[in-house]
Write a protein that binds this ligand. Structure first.
Ligand code: SF4
Length: 403
């Protein structure tokens, strides 16, 4: 039974464990954002007095407007030349070791915990950027309630203005949904998602069918066999792939789904054959990637299962949890991120010269996707474009059948 000492209920996900494995991987691959308080506290220290390597080093930078827009951050720690935070020393945080855990940037104090406030309480989960989370290390979150309650208090202190707006909830654009109705639907979604005897593809489709039948008020007839992908299907995947698996490193607010760019791409690139997904060294056609199998072993299936279960439980895929998308569009967008996750795993395997996808390739793809989903924002036009393109269950079926 959840218990708190204030006016909120904290919900914790089943089947998700976490403890830090001390690998240091969370401290790389991004410019750590800082609030004004973080910046004043950390930049006031003469770090060069502790360690010569900080002498003459420019450690901080202002965030650009598109990076800070809609966030509590205004500054960042500059990424080191090796891609890691310069304060990571021997896999330990130098700020933490010199001044204690509460001296670190707010985001590092909270990482990997995420809290999402909703009308029925606060839903917690953990970021799959963390290797501890990926490996499901440690005790279940449900057995760490006291610690998560303390982290939530920190979160509320650090981000007092975090109150997502769930008042505009919709099943589809023209079909409003109450929060209680949503919670019942989510129960059904999670129960279908837990049907381990079905493939992951089939579970995604079964949830999509269930949502569409709620929209239509009647069960969906058995679908016709899906045909090949259309140019628009591929274009959509290419546009989303550029955002979630970019060739060059993108930061917060960079490369968001841009409706104008998408329309241009659809009109001018879509009429030419050969839409491809790019890696830093070459590009791949969908047909080429379809010949490579995505592994169905227990570890891969468990990782993908936990990842998408976590996003659904924490409501990080629709409404105020993601771009104010309607529930059906938000879920279909999640389905497409699953497709792209599979495609990226294959590209990671091919890029390292392997002919088959391993668990490690899938881990790379999951961590990249999680990081980019956290950095991506959807503006009004982009959300409207996705509402238009993603409502189609036929498109989802075609894409899943051909990737
Ligand atoms: S400040 Fe410390 S915890 Fe945060 S990313 Fe850098 S090394 Fe890691």
């Amino acid at each position: 039974m959840p218990s708190t000492d204030t006016d909120y209920v904290l919900h914790l996900p089943d089947e998700i464990n976490y403890e830090c494995t001390g690998c240091g991987k969370c401290c790389g691959g991004w410019s750590v954002p800082m609030t004004q308080d973080d910046y004043e506290r950390i930049s006031a220290v003469n770090w060069g007095e502790y360690d010569d390597r900080y002498k003459m080093q420019d450690l901080f930078r202002d965030l650009k407007p598109y990076e800070s827009s809609g966030t509590p951050y205004g500054y960042a720690i500059k990424e080191g030349g090796d891609g890691h935070c310069p304060f990571l020393k021997d896999n330990l945080c130098f700020i933490h070791s010199k001044h204690g855990s509460t001296f670190k940037p707010s985001i590092c104090q909270l990482f990997p915990y995420c809290f999402n406030e909703t009308p029925s309480g606060i839903y917690a989960t953990v970021s799959f950027v963390s290797m501890g989370v990926v490996q499901n290390s440690g005790k279940p979150l449900t057995e760490q309630r006291d610690y998560l309650e303390s982290k939530l208090k920190e979160f509320k202190t650090l981000f007092p203005d975090h109150h997502p707006n769930w008042s505009n909830l919709k099943l589809a654009v023209d079909k409003p949904l109450t929060w209680d109705e949503y919670l019942k639907i989510e129960e059904e979604m999670l129960s279908i998602w837990a049907e381990r005897d079905k493939s992951l593809d089939d579970r995604f489709l079964a949830i999509s069918d269930m949502l569409i039948s709620k929209f239509k008020g009647a069960s969906v007839p058995p679908p016709a066999k899906p045909g090949p992908m259309k140019a628009l299907d591929k274009n959509l995947l290419v546009a989303l792939y550029k955002i979630y698996f970019p060739v060059k490193k993108l930061g917060r607010g960079e490369g968001d789904f841009n409706a104008g760019r998408f329309a241009y791409q659809t009109l001018f690139e879509g009429i030419f054959p050969g839409l491809r997904l790019k890696s830093p060294t070459r590009s791949y056609s969908f047909e080429e990637l379809a010949k490579i199998e995505f592994p169905h072993d227990k570890d891969v299936e468990d990782l993908v299962y936990r990842y998408f279960r976590s996003r659904i439980f924490a409501k990080l895929y629709f409404g105020a949890g993601f771009g104010q998308l309607s529930l059906i569009t938000g879920f279909h967008h999640l389905l497409l991120t699953y497709v792209l996750l599979k495609e990226n795993s294959k590209i990671v395997a091919l890029s390292r010269g392997a002919g088959t996808v391993s668990y490690v390739d899938v881990v790379v793809a999951v961590r990249t996707l999680e990081k980019r989903l956290g950095e991506t924002a959807l503006g009004g036009y982009a959300a409207a474009t996705l509402e238009l393109l993603l409502f189609s269950p036929g498109r989802m079926r075609r894409i899943l059948a051909n990737t």
